[in-house]
Design a protein around this ligand. Structure first.
Ligand SMILES: Cc1ncc(COP(=O)(O)O)c(C=O)c1O
Length: 365
């Protein structure tokens, strides 16, 4: 990224050599991203992140299909999709949220019932959940949408770099990814738009991105995403690279479940991303756990959000029917190929003392 901040700082739309060098960097990045996604380079549109890509897919489809007024989605989408659809619901769009079961899997019968309604403009479904890592059967979902002629947008933010994608083999119309989920920079993402998709640009302005996303490009960020995509693709092809992450994740979970009382893994333990672990520590608040872990240089996150002074459990865990006493104390650990077995033992050891201390001092829910 550095050369495009310091030396090759030209505007990629300009004809002078510095501009053309920047243009070259963007096109090189587009090639690497297309390789990661398994699509044509002309189908890659750079955005300011996963949130913009999700907004562009939803809004751009609703703009292009004013005759259809219903969107089908799931109960466990990221806020980038959920809140965008809430905003559209206030403007009169009907949003049908298909529920999941206690393992986080989509009710496929209800999904098909929703998609077969005549008024559906779009289905928008995540590929893997950002809190639990649970993977939806996106090939089966895409086939259902194809059967009823409904365009499908897939929020693939969590799967890029973690699962092979081969978008050209799936009958879906759009997909979103985000650079920082595969070790790229923050604030850069991609919307994949399949050729011939009925879609109107969401961000209008200049002719950048083949008239699909106006605005001078974030050259350094795009270059960084291209570089991250190339490395992610190389890692994905390495035999055993994902198995290694899964082994570490399973070691972490087994040690925690063995040593910490009343700890529960949330989501389907089998069918989920290898790097994600969501563990509920009963009768505690996730925030307190995270703060004490951070003091030990262990950085994890929670799905809970603080609203009006009280901690709301994550809508994802709530939709799965996880009991409140577990949902409130649920923490997500995200691993990568850079983690080690020693780190897993250190995290489990830290949790024994953190959970023990909190259970002694905090009132039980
Ligand atoms: C599933 C999912 N969708 C969308 C987003 C939003 O991406 P960004 O942070 O790049 O806007 C995220 C980010 O965590 C995510 O996990």
């Amino acid at each position: 990224m550095e050369p495009y901040l310091r030396e090759n700082y030209g505007n990629p739309s300009s004809l002078y050599p510095l501009g053309q060098q920047a243009r070259h960097a963007i096109e090189e990045a587009r090639y690497s991203v297309a390789e990661l996604l398994g699509c044509a380079i002309s189908e890659v549109v750079f955005t300011s992140g996963g949130t913009e890509a999700d907004n562009a897919a939803i809004c751009g489809t609703l703009f292009a299909r004013p005759d259809k007024r219903t969107v089908v989605t799931t109960a466990v989408e990221h806020s980038a999709v959920r809140e965008t659809l809430h905003a559209w619901a206030k403007r009169g769009i009907t949003v049908m949220e298909v529920p999941v079961n206690h393992l986080g899997h989509l009710d496929m019968g209800r999904f098909e019932d929703a998609v077969r309604e005549p008024d559906v403009a779009l289905a928008t479904v995540m590929w893997a959940n950002n809190e639990t890592g649970v993977i939806f059967d996106i090939a089966a979902i895409a086939l259902i949408c194809q059967k009823y002629g409904v365009p499908l947008h897939v929020d693939a933010v969590q799967v890029a770099g973690k699962l092979p994608m081969a978008l050209r083999d799936l009958p879906l119309s759009m997909a979103s990814i985000s650079g920082h989920k595969f070790h790229g920079p923050k604030g850069v993402g991609v919307l994949y738009v399949r050729r011939k998709t009925l879609w109107t640009p969401y961000l209008t302005g200049g002719p950048q991105e083949r008239d699909r996303r106006g605005g001078t490009e974030n050259v350094a960020g795009i270059g960084g995403v291209g570089c991250a995509a190339r490395i992610a693709q190389e890692r994905l092809k390495l035999p055993g690279s994902q198995a290694q992450i899964r082994t570490l994740r399973d070691l972490l979970e087994k040690t925690i479940i063995r040593t910490v009382t009343d700890a529960h893994v949330n989501g389907d333990p089998q069918n989920r991303l290898n790097n994600t672990s969501n563990i509920g520590f009963a009768s505690l608040e996730a925030e307190a756990i995270l703060l004490l872990l951070a003091q030990r240089d262990i950085f994890a996150s929670a799905g809970a959000a603080c609203s009006s002074g009280s901690l709301e459990p994550s809508p994802v865990l709530r939709s799965m029917g996880i009991p409140e006493r577990i949902a409130h104390g649920s923490v997500r650990f995200s691993l990568s190929a850079d983690n080690t077995a020693d780190e897993m033992t250190a995290v489990a050891d830290a949790l024994v003392s953190v959970i023990g201390r909190l259970r002694e001092t905090l009132p039980v829910r």
